[in-house]
Structures are given as structure tokens and as C-alpha cells.
Design a protein around this ligand. Structure first.
Ligand code: SF4
Length: 543
């Protein structure tokens, strides 16, 4: 018998160190990012001890005999990974925790309480004596886990239990509802800490650069995701769901999430923590078809195989895909090969009586968003792949009619005043997490981790090795005596924040908000009913 890793895998890799026979792969060392979409268990080596299942923060691991039917295929997928990547006994080294430091000798501010910031805090709390201030601009923590992960993926959100252990450990001083750059500035943080780690993510969307982009009815996918997840910045937006068809440009997992949310039965969404306003709007939705558009072919598709596989199990939804570009190639890696297998199965399925459709349009480039005073459709041109793998136009354009067009073509970070920023890449220039100035020299005591460091790549767990690398660099600098020693104390930081016209919240306040949301959700058998604006969150704390 073996255990099997399935679709929810977040690559957090908590399971790897507990496996006594080292059969979970691939393994990443600090700062190295393995290029698979998930982790796999070698069925020939697994001794069925169950340790990994207990450790998995998102409930992605099952004993094979208890695999739910819809996940049964992952038994084969795990085994196939090792057919092509024989198990290597050399487990990558993880950094040992730094030895304890004297209280007051290292205080670190982490800016951003999303997964990147939480993993950085977790890594630092392995060493006794370190003091941490976690600064978050919203009144609530967990960033993209709360506002990015789709509401029907509640298992993935369980990673917050792991983060909560760290943030509630007594070592971390949470300062929520405080924005760095306006409420407090970079220099003020530096004056009160030996080091500052920026983990502010990359939440701005790249633009398409095609005519018609500014028409009402065209939005970024990030706005739509923020809307259904109740992000205070997007909760007020309106999306036109009165048309039959929605077009999404880009085919990463975000596009598949949106397609699922648009076409899932309301009864299913009503069991999740989707924002109330979105649940109501989707109940009245007329959308019956979601077109997912990509310039290149299925072999280059950005979605992960688990998410792709799950589309075929949606009730009353047909997945439509033509058979161009689906042939197997012996040089394909396992994940690509399985994706193409699934795509061929979809292409061969006879047309069903389903009332909704997800249509994959590969080899199609968006040229123009058409419409007079609002979106009426998307002009697309067929493409073919050039020798360099770049899609080039090939054939006559056509207009796909739609009143709502979303684009999911990449994220970029935003500049924090006082911190170096590369506008071309949308990241902070750095070397292994050490922030670099214009001359390429490290800025003493300033670090980055997460998407603002490496760009918008990887899944939640990727931030763990990213944080290990950054915190490793910070410890090297600490040991070399390169961090400032003359800083102001914690009390003075509190006094400084108190002079600003803001309402800072701490971990206890978040627990009040969390409890109120859970209690409100329980009335309708939901995990929580989210507050979607800052004022409501603050009211919950004051009650
Ligand atoms: Fe390793 Fe035990 Fe999990 Fe098998 S069940 S993968 S041996 S931890």
C-alpha cells in the first residue's frame, strides 16, 4: 500500500522531512525552485507509515485505498513521475536553525502577512530570541490565501492553520491595518528594526496592450478574483454577468478557477466562503459558456494538470477542446504528457447534454476588444508556433462575442517608497533576497521574499524555500556584524504608530474578526461569511 499526493498539493513540503524513507520528491533546497507543479510519492518505496498525511497542511495526501474516486488518477500520476525521475537518495540540505540569540539583538520587520511573509516569520521563529514585527496593510492576514485561493478550494486554505501557529507563537508582534509607505515609511521601520523583509507580493496586473482595453466590461482576472473573494479593494466592483459567454485571456490556474466559479451550481458555492455579494450576483448569472484563450498550444498551457483534470468532473459542464497540437511527444515531461492525455480524452468525449461549457481556444491571439461604449467581443487571430516557440499570426481574424472579457496574463509588483524597484520586471532587485541598490550593492538590512523577489511564479509552498534563502542571507549578515546595532525599542515603535491617524490591529483583533466571520458563516453552514470592507472589520473588533 502507498500514500498518494493529489491535486491540493501546495508544495509547502512539510511532508518531506517527516518521511522516514525519503520517497517524496522533488526536493528543493533554500532558494531553489523545483519546476514540477506538485510533489509525488514513490509507491515502490513508501512504507505506508502515514507520517506525511498527518503533516500535510492542506489535506492533499491519502492512503491509496481511501482515494476519493475523483482523485483516483493521482495514483498513476505519482507512480509515473518516478518512472521518468528515478528516486535519488540525496535529499537536499535544509538550513539548520541559527543558534539562539540574546533578546533584543535581532528585531526584524516583515512587511506583508501573505504566505511569503508568514513563511519568513516561521523561518525566523525557529531561532529563540528573535523579535518579529509583522506589518500588514489590511486588517486581516494571509494575503492570497484569503483573497486569491478559490473559495471552492477550502482544503488549500487550511495552510492558514500552519501560519496561525507562527503568528500566535508570542514571538511575532502583528501590526495589521498599517500601510508601509503612508502610515509608516521605510526609514521609520529601519530605525526600529535591525532588518526589514519585504513580502508585499505582486498584485498589480500587466496590461494587454491592445485596442479597446479601456472599454467597460473588460477587467483583469485579479479584479474578478478579488471581487468573489471579498477583497476590500474589489468588493465594490460590478461585473456584467447578463451575457451568455465570458472570455478569459490567458490559461493559467487563475483562469480555470474563474471558469469553475462562473459555472459551478450556486448550491456548491453556497457551502464556501465566497463573498455574499458574489454569491448573489452569480445566482442571477446568465453565463453558460467560458472561453479560455491562449496564444500558444496545449503543450505550452500554463494550468496545472490537477486543475485541468478537475474541470472534467464538474457537473453539467462540458469541456470542449479541439485536437490540434495534442499529439504525444516522447520528450514531454510527465506533467505535460498527462495534461495532453487529459486533453485528448476531452477532445474525444462525445457531445453531452450539459447546459454549460468551458471552451479551450489554443493558438489564438487577442487583437482587439471590440465595442462602441462597452465590450461587445474580442477579435482574435489564429496563430502557429514559430521555430523559437513564439506564436505568430496565421490566418483570418474573427470576433468572439462576449459582454465580459477578463485577462489573466501576469502580475507585477508595485513600488514601496524608499525601496529600490525595477519597473521593467515589477520586482525589487535582489541577490538571493538581499535588496540591491542602483549600483548593484546590497542595501544593508533590507531583504525581499516571495513574488516581489522572484516574480509571480510558483505555488503557495514555493514561498517556503524562497523564505529560507532570504532568511539565510539575513543570518549571514547578522553573523558578519553587517546589520545596524543602534535601533529604537519596541515601545517607541508603538508610540510612533500611535501618532498616526490609523487603527492598528494585532493578532487578538484578527481572532475577533475570524470568530465573528465563522459564527456568521455557521448560520448558513459555511466556513465563514467574510467582512468585505475595512470599516466592517474594524466594527467587529470594537463590538
Ligand atoms: Fe513517506 Fe510514510 Fe508518507 Fe509513505 S506514508 S510517503 S513512507 S511519510
Amino acid at each position: 500500500m502507498t500514500y498518494v499526493i493529489t491535486q491540493n498539493c501546495c508544495k509547502d513540503a512539510s511532508c518531506i522531512p517527516v518521511c522516514p524513507v525519503e520517497c517524496i520528491h522533488p526536493v528543493g533546497s533554500p532558494g531553489s525552485f523545483t519546476d514540477t507543479e506538485m510533489l509525488y510519492i514513490d509507491p515502490d518505496v513508501c512504507i505506508d507509515c502515514g507520517a506525511c498525511q498527518e503533516e500535510c497542511p492542506v489535506d492533499a495526501i491519502y492512503p491509496e485505498e481511501r482515494l476519493p474516486a475523483e482523485l483516483a488518477r493521482f495514483r498513476d500520476i505519482n507512480a509515473r513521475y518516478f518512472e521518468h525521475n528515478p528516486l535519488q537518495p540525496d535529499i537536499a540540505e535544509h538550513l539548520d536553525a541559527h543558534s539562539a540569540v540574546q533578546q533584543g539583538t535581532l528585531r526584524v520587520a516583515i512587511v506583508g502577512a501573505g504566505p511569503a511573509g508568514c513563511y519568513a516569520a516561521e523561518e525566523l521563529t525557529r531561532t529563540k530570541g528573535v523579535e518579529i514585527t509583522l506589518v500588514e496593510r489590511l486588517p486581516v492576514p494571509f494575503g492570497l490565501v484569503r483573497f486569491g485561493v478559490a473559495p471552492d478550494h477550502q482544503h488549500t486554505k487550511n495552510i492558514t492553520r500552519l501560519f496561525a501557529e507562527t503568528l500566535n507563537s508570542g514571538t511575532v508582534n502583528c501590526l495589521f491595518n498599517v500601510e508601509v509607505g503612508s502610515d509608516v515609511v521605510h526609514d521609520e521601520l529601519m530605525a526600529h528594526h535591525h532588518a526589514v523583509i519585504y513580502a508585499v507580493g505582486a498584485s498589480a496586473s500587466r496590461t494587454l496592450g491592445i485596442p479597446g482595453e479601456g472599454l467597460p466590461g473588460h477587467h483583469s482576472a485579479a479584479e474578478f478574483v478579488g471581487w468573489y473573494n471579498g477583497h476590500p479593494n474589489q468588493a465594490h466592483l460590478d461585473f456584467d454577468l447578463s451575457g451568455n459567454r465570458v472570455v478569459i485571456i490567458g490559461n493559467g490556474n487563475v483562469s480555470l478557477d474563474i471558469a469553475r466559479i462562473l459555472l459551478s451550481p450556486n448550491a456548491v458555492l453556497a457551502t464556501t466562503d465566497i463573498a455574499d455579494h458574489a454569491l448573489q450576483a452569480l445566482e442571477a448569472s446568465a453565463v453558460r459558456e467560458v472561453v479560455i484563450l491562449a496564444r500558444r498550444g496545449p503543450r505550452q498551457a500554463a494550468f496545472s494538470l490537477g486543475e485541468f483534470l478537475a474541470l472534467g468532473q464538474m457537473s453539467d459542464v462540458e469541456v470542449v477542446i479541439d485536437d490540434h497540437g495534442l499529439d504525444a511527444d516522447p520528450s514531454d515531461d510527465v506533467e505535460t504528457a498527462v495534461k495532453l492525455e487529459i486533453a485528448r480524452e476531452y477532445a474525444r468525449r462525445p457531445s453531452s447534454a450539459a447546459t454549460k461549457r468551458i471552451v479551450f481556444r489554443f493558438f489564438a491571439a487577442p487583437d482587439e476588444i471590440v465595442g462602441d461604449d462597452r465590450v461587445a467581443g474580442l477579435r482574435v487571430t489564429p496563430t502557429e508556433l514559430g521555430a523559437d516557440g513564439v506564436a505568430v499570426p496565421s490566418g483570418e481574424s474573427e470576433v468572439i462575442e462576449s459582454s465580459l472579457i477578463l485577462h489573466s496574463t501576469g502580475y507585477r509588483g508595485s513600488e514601496v517608497p524608499g525601496v529600490p524597484f525595477d519597473a521593467a520586471t515589477g520586482t525589487v532587485p535582489n541577490a538571493g533576497g538581499r535588496v540591491l541598490d542602483e549600483s548593484g550593492q546590497p542595501v544593508p538590512g533590507v531583504y525581499v521574499t516571495g513574488w516581489i523577489k522572484r516574480g509571480p511564479r510558483g505555488v503557495i509552498g514555493t514561498n517556503r524555500t524562497c523564505a529560507e534563502q532570504t532568511v539565510g542571507a539575513l543570518w549571514e549578515d547578522f553573523d558578519a556584524g553587517e546589520l545596524a546595532s543602534d535601533i529604537r525599542d519596541r515601545v517607541e515603535l508603538g508610540e510612533l504608530v500611535a501618532t498616526r491617524d490609523i487603527t492598528p490591529l494585532d493578532w487578538t483583533d484578527w481572532m475577533v474578526i475570524d470568530a465573528a466571520e465563522r459564527e456568521s458563516g455557521a448560520a448558513s453552514s459555511r466556513p465563514r461569511a467574510k467582512f468585505v470592507d475595512v470599516a466592517a472589520m474594524l466594527d467587529a473588533v470594537r463590538r
